[in-house]
Design a protein around this ligand. Sequence first.
Ligand code: ZN
Length: 103
Amino acid sequence: MPKKYHKKPVQQQKIAKKRINFLFQHANEVFKEDSNLSDKYVKMARRIAMKYKIRLPSSIKKRFCKNCHQFLVPGVNCRVRIHKHRLIYYCFGCKHYMRHPVK
Ligand SMILES: [Zn+2]
């Protein structure tokens, strides 16, 4: 089958968005028992987002590390600080800093 590069239908994107939200919700629920599983859910959600060319909302972007893609839980495997009107997320896994502007 030849590869198609055009945009995916809106209906499909809607379903994909729902699946991403669902995956992150589950990642949060299973984190206490198995953080590896949460990381796997993040991977799946990212793959869906890339496939359907979905921009992840900032609320979801804050839930995983941009560098090592592990699921982040403030106080457990990441640190959150406010500095100059920005949220600074520090990942304990790969020691990567992420900055999110505060509106
Ligand atoms: Zn990381």
